[in-house]
Design a protein. Structure first.
Length: 258
């Protein structure tokens, strides 16, 4: 398994590394840290040359830090490498994932204030919406005091069924339940039942955003799993508002599967 971690020198990235390390310990594989240096330094009177020097210094400093993380992973028996460049974070992580052939992208979520969260959210939303492989957005370190708890949000779409299977392959021994959102008086459709497979299925009445958002805020599960449907630009934006809202509200991690 190839796991690409969107890395930075932050607690959220440390949590992402911990989840990647845990998954490689379970399945084997390797980890690559991808970091985009996106700070724009102010030019001095020396002009462009000084700006270029500052960019190089920032890249060298972050590469040294990333190499230290890789060394700690290697010491723990996990094959690791890093890629640090000056780039737009979201595009860089997507490009690295596709070029490297990543099976999973893992990124951390930081609480850095409203404006900062919006900026961070733009990168996370871009990755979640465009990634060709599953993306795990982590909130904290993986649990060590209890069996992993997973909530599969199922809607009967092909991507929903893929999401259930993906979560089961990543965490086969987890305590898992599936949740379908239905209209008043309705039962889950055959497509929903099939998507859930052998995972115990429950139904709740309401809108997907309200029901899943509430469950995400409650934090009873360690990972919420959602599928991403490719149904055209407008419908993708509507679905994205649900998945991105869940990522924003969740007290735990969220796995989004294309």
């Amino acid at each position: 398994m190839k796991i690409l971690v969107g890395w930075s020198d932050s607690p959220g990235a440390s949590a992402a590394v911990a989840w990647a390390k845990d998954l490689v310990a379970r399945h084997g594989g390797e980890v690559r840290l991808a970091h985009a240096v996106s700070t724009f330094p102010i030019a001095t009177y020396e002009g462009v040359t000084e700006v270029a020097r500052m960019f190089d210094a920032a890249i060298n400093a972050q590469t040294e830090r990333a190499n230290l993380v890789c060394k700690s992973l290697e010491d723990a028996g996990v094959k690791a490498s890093c890629s640090v460049h000056h780039a737009i974070p979201g595009d860089f992580i997507l490009g690295e994932a596709e070029k490297w052939g990543a099976d999973l992208i893992v990124v951390g979520r930081r609480e850095i204030g409203r404006f900062g969260h919006l900026l961070l959210g733009s990168n996370s939303a871009h990755i979640v919406r465009r990634a060709k492989c599953p993306t795990l957005v982590v909130h904290d370190l993986p649990p060590t005091d209890h069996t992993l708890r997973i909530l599969d949000a199922v809607d009967g779409s092909p991507s929903s069924a893929r999401a259930v299977k993906c979560a089961k392959s990543l965490w086969p021994k987890a305590e898992t339940e599936a949740l379908a959102v239905v209209e008043e008086g309705a039962l889950p459709s055959a497509e929903v039942v099939n998507a859930a497979g052998d995972v115990p299925l429950k139904a709740a009445v309401g809108s997907p955003l309200e029901v899943l958002g509430t469950r995400a805020k409650e934090g009873a599960q360690d990972v919420t799993v959602v599928g991403r449907r490719g149904l055209g630009f407008f419908k993708e934006l509507l679905l994205g508002s649900v998945s991105e809202r869940i990522v924003s509200l969740a007290k735990a991690s969220v796995l989004v599967v294309p």
